[in-house]
Design a binder for this molecule. Structure first.
Ligand SMILES: [Zn+2]
Length: 389
């Protein structure tokens, strides 16, 4: 038995609508996964994630949870699901990207990455084996391999070296993962009728903006064999056109019957365009992070709530949004809250932004199923140019 099942129900060009069955529930794809870095989707209560927003899967960050509160605290609580009281699916990243983004503070060797903790300055060491151990202790339903990310503008030579290291780390991740599963280290184990109850492990394709290396990395990753496949190392400073070139080339070559996950991307238009190229899963901090800085994503483009032009605007953030914020509050009120430094401003903007991202995915799924995806894509893109008006 496998840890997850993935079935594609409809297709429109490369765009796919499907169902991902995990040991903690069924997830319709394409799906957007809100990011819960430190065991919380910042500013959002779990009741709202479940009831109002109906998020079926959220992310946890291995790096952050490992450093604080630490694995012992989470193990003692019975795993991350129990610790945060979330019974739906969880995906954890490997910590590789966070360590990478520390830049000068890290030292990479064949064995792994040495870095200084941003919490207390202590010297720490993260490797494929440590990452798998931490993710088993967290008990997430989907585990990511430990990879190395090359910068967007990396040369062919540097990218190749990094990609080959990623392939060796992927194999070590798989070996450590299998051992941990057989030792019963996974705190999130759950028996279901037709799934193995184990964690699922996804591989990551690297190779920066070099298509030949991306293809090699894909081959290396598929040869090891994973439950799902991700495209990593995009949206890290490269041109957007290059990002789409990579997605367009790689996504359709990824195994058809496994979920395809584009890591850390992106804006609403990025999601639609990546779905059109065959991607099934997404995560991004944009809806939550930008919510805290006063930016709302709407069906008529981005809107900055600080702007004086909303001072007496009685309209909701988005007239076509049915979220609880848009049904209740005006732009004028939200602007007032933001300017006054009230914490409710961040909470309400974050809520709306997540609702918009999740609704966009719902719309995408419906349009793929009904055969209207090309029309949805065209109209969605046209409306985004309206600057919130
Ligand atoms: Zn709304």
């Amino acid at each position: 038995m496998t840890p997850i099942k993935f079935e594609i129900s409809s297709q429109s060009g490369e765009a796919r609508a499907g169902v991902l069955t995990t040991r903690r529930g069924v997830i319709e794809t394409p799906v957007f996964m809100p990011v819960g870095t430190a065991g919380t989707v910042k500013g959002v209560r779990f009741e709202e994630l479940e009831e109002d927003l109906d998020a079926r899967i959220i992310l946890g960050n291995t790096y952050h949870l490992w450093l604080r509160p630490g694995i012992d605290v989470i193990k003692n609580a019975g795993g991350l699901h129990r610790f945060i009281s979330w019974d739906r699916a969880l995906l954890t990243d490997s910590g590789g990207f966070q360590v990478w983004s520390l830049g000068a503070l890290r030292k990479i060797s064949e064995e792994g990455t040495e870095f200084r903790s941003h919490v207390d300055g202590s010297l720490r060491f993260l490797s494929p084996e440590v990452s798998m151990e931490v993710q088993a202790a967290l008990g997430s339903d989907i585990v990511m391999v430990f990879d190395e990310c090359a910068p967007g503008e990396a040369s062919h030579e540097d990218t190749e070296r990094s990609m080959n290291l990623t392939a060796r780390w992927a194999q070590r991740s798989k070996t450590a993962f299998d051992r941990l599963q057989s030792e019963g280290a996974d705190t999130g184990r759950r028996e279901t009728e037709d799934l193995s109850g184990r964690q699922a492990l996804f591989g990551i394709v690297q190779g920066a903006g070099h298509l030949d290396l991306r293809r090699t990395s894909l081959e290396q990753t598929v040869n090891i064999g994973f439950d799902g496949y991700a495209i990593g190392g995009l949206s890290v400073g490269e041109e957007k056109s290059l990002m789409f070139e990579v997605i367009e080339d790689i996504a359709p070559r990824m195994p058809k019957h496994a979920p395809r996950y584009l890591m850390g991307v992106g804006t609403p238009e990025d999601l639609v365009e990546a779905v059109a190229r065959g991607v099934d899963m997404f995560d991004c901090v944009l809806p939550t992070r930008n919510g805290r800085t006063g930016q709302a994503f709407t069906s008529r483009g981005k809107l900055n709530i600080k702007n004086a032009k909303w001072i007496n605007d009685q309209r909701p953030l988005d007239e076509s949004c049915r979220c609880t914020v848009c049904r209740r509050h005006s732009r004028a009120y939200l602007r007032h809250l933001y300017i006054a430094g009230e914490m409710l401003a961040s909470i309400l903007l974050t809520h709306h932004n997540l609702a918009f991202f999740l609704d966009t995915m719902r719309g995408l799924r419906q349009s793929i199923r009904s055969g209207d995806f090309p029309k949805f894509r065209r109209e969605f893109t046209e409306r985004l140019g309206a600057n919130g008006e």
